[in-house]
Every structure is written in C-alpha cells, then in structure tokens.
Design a protein around this ligand. Structure first.
Ligand code: DAH
Length: 339
C-alpha cells in the first residue's frame, strides 16, 4: 500500500511539474483528486485495511493528498501568473505609433464658388433668397413675361410635371416671387439648382444658377455694369474687363449678354476663349417694365436690373474644368483638388 501511494504521489507530482498550462493542470487535479480520482480511490480502499493499521495508512494517504494539493496550488499560481504576463504581452499596444488618421472632407467646387459669390454680392448689399425647385409655371414663366405658348419657352427645354408645375428652368423664378411679395428697394441674389432637358460637355440636366435683382428708383444700365465689373474682378482677377452685347430675354428690356476677358489668357486669346480673348458668362438687362407691373411694382416709379448665370460655368472657367459632368460625378480624385 505504501509503495502504491508513493508511486501515485510521484506520478502526480511529475505530471504537475510538467504541466504547461492551467487546463493541463486541471486534468491532473481531476485524475488524482476528482471523485473517481486515484487518491480518492485510495481513501475508499481504506475499508479493506485492517482496523489497527488504519490510522497509520490514513495518515499516509492524507500526506499524499496534501502534497499533491499543495503542488497543484503552487503550480496553478505560477501558471496563472505566466498566462497573465503572456496575455498582457499579446495585448500590448504601442502608444507611440502614429494614429490612423481620419480623412477630412472638402467642400465641393460648386459650394466653394457659390460661397465666394455670396460673399462678393453681400459686400455690395445683396441678401440671399432661395425658392423651390418644383416651381409653378406662373413664377418660372408667366410673371417673367413668358406666357403659355410664347416662342421664348423654346429657349429652355423644360421638364413639365403637369400643365402648371415645372422643375424650375431658371432661378429667375425667385425674382418673380420676391417682386410679388416685397416692396423696393430690393437687392437680392438667388443661388440654386435648376433643370433642363439638355446634356453635353457644357450642359447637364441639373445645374446651378445664380440670379441677381436690384429694384429701386433711378436704377440704370450703368449700375448693372458697375456691379458686374466688381463681381467679375473679384471672382476672376483684378484686371478682368467686362463687355456688354445686345441680346434678348423676355424679362429684361434692353437685354445684354455679358462677356469677360478670358481668365486663362487674360484677353490675349487661347484655346479656352477660342482665340477671341473673351468668354460669355451671363445674361442680364434692365427689368422689363411689364414684369415690374405684373409683379405689382409701379414701373413709372421704379426700375431695376437683373442678371443670371450658371455657377457651374463660373467654376469651369475659374478652375479650367473641361466637362460639366465632372461637377456631378463625385469622383474623389477630382473633388480632392479643391482643398
Ligand atoms: N434666366 C436666364 C437663363 O436662365 C438668365 C438671365 C438672363 C437671368 C437675363 C436674368 C436676366 O435675370 O436678366 O438663361
């Protein structure tokens, strides 16, 4: 019995010694001290030991059990400590490494140009007004002196929603809204999206316009030209010149087409301006008295100027963007260039 006990003890201690993790150690605990473990079996064997030997044998069995328990607990502590160190080592982070950066977004070139335009005109006393993109025929056309079936409707390929509603083709619609609700003096600019059934390198079915309107006593073509010159020199460059050519719009009389000296070659002539030194940027004129009267402003007392241009076109000229589609594709390689 003594020999058997020693054998069990030595085996157990050897297994404990060679265990490399807490799971293995637990297996050893079960193998010897578990309910049907070998040391527990020794206790049960006591029943067969003669009465007078029992105290001695019992003492020995207990000694074995204590020795194994103690070795187990020591080794458990040792392994737990080693496992903790290993875990901490594995989870170690190098706080001195550079952080994974978040990429900053940038403003869209159309937003940059729009903000710049608003700043320029705010500096001349204009305030910003916006209107709906789904607009009634009344504001988009009729109050601007384009009655139903008027040939001037062909100037713009309109998306009709029904007989009376359109996707606005021009921010001029906002002029009509403001003139019917406000009294002069009026000085407003109206940026916003407009829609036309038109699609090529310089036309997109959705684009952005910027409308201006000033109504007061004694407004003249001179005021218009001065205002547009200030705008052109601020948005392009100080040496930019402006020229007015006669044109036609139903809502202005007289009407003009406005050219500026080419932003690329400064008037010398290049590929962008097709050698002429000038690029056309907008339409404008003196508000047609008929429009003033239709909107409830007395044309005998007041006059006004108005202008309208594409923000897209200004951005294309300013940045040398060859195709309007680039402004609507949201290709990051393109957008990142306008930081
Ligand atoms: N609404 C015109 C267009 O979309 C642009 C325009 C021309 C606006 C002359 C005006 C203006 O206010 O006076 O083509």
């Amino acid at each position: 019995m003594k020999e058997k006990m020693d054998k069990i003890k030595n085996e157990a201690l050897a297994l404990i010694d060679s265990a490399t993790n807490t799971a293995e150690l637990n297996d050893v605990r079960v193998k010897y001290l578990g309910k049907s473990g070998e040391i527990s079996a020794l206790m049960r064997d006591m029943a067969g030991v003669p009465k007078e030997e029992r105290p001695m044998v019992g003492k020995l069995v207990n000694e074995v059990r204590f020795a194994v328990e103690e070795a187990l607990s020591k080794k458990t502590e040792l392994l737990a400590q080693a496992e903790k160190v290993a875990r901490l080592k594995a989870e170690e982070i190098d706080v001195t490494l550079p952080a994974i950066g978040n990429e900053m977004g940038t403003l869209h070139p159309l937003t940059i140009v729009k903000n710049e335009l608003i700043d320029i005109f705010a500096g001349m006393g204009f305030s910003v007004v916006e209107g709906p993109e789904i607009e009634s025929d009344l504001y988009n056309f009729q109050l601007l002196n384009v009655p139903k079936d008027h040939p001037a409707r062909d100037m713009q390929d309109t998306f009709y929603i029904n007989d009376n509603m359109v996707l606005r083709t021009q921010t001029s619609a906002v002029q009509a809204r403001v003139m019917t609700t406000e009294k002069p003096p009026i000085r407003i600019v109206c940026p916003g999206k407009v829609y036309r059934s038109d699609d090529d390198a310089s036309h997109s079915p959705i684009f952005n316009q910027f409308e201006g309107l000033a109504v007061d006593k004694h407004i003249t073509m001179g005021d218009l030209k001065g205002c547009l010159e200030t705008f052109a020199q601020k948005i392009f460059s100080k040496d930019t010149k402006v020229r007015l050519r006669p044109s036609y719009f139903p809502f202005t009389e007289p009407s003009v087409e406005v050219d500026v000296t080419c932003a690329m070659c400064h008037g010398k002539g290049c590929r962008i301006c097709k050698g002429t030194g000038w690029v056309e940027i907008l339409g404008a004129g003196i508000v047609n008295p008929v429009v003033l009267d239709m909107c409830g402003i007395d044309s005998k007392e007041y006059s006004g100027f108005a202008f309208g241009f594409g923000i897209d076109r200004i951005a294309m000229i300013k940045y040398g963007i060859p195709n309007i589609k680039m402004l609507y594709e949201n290709d990051e390689r393109f957008l990142k260039q306008f930081n």
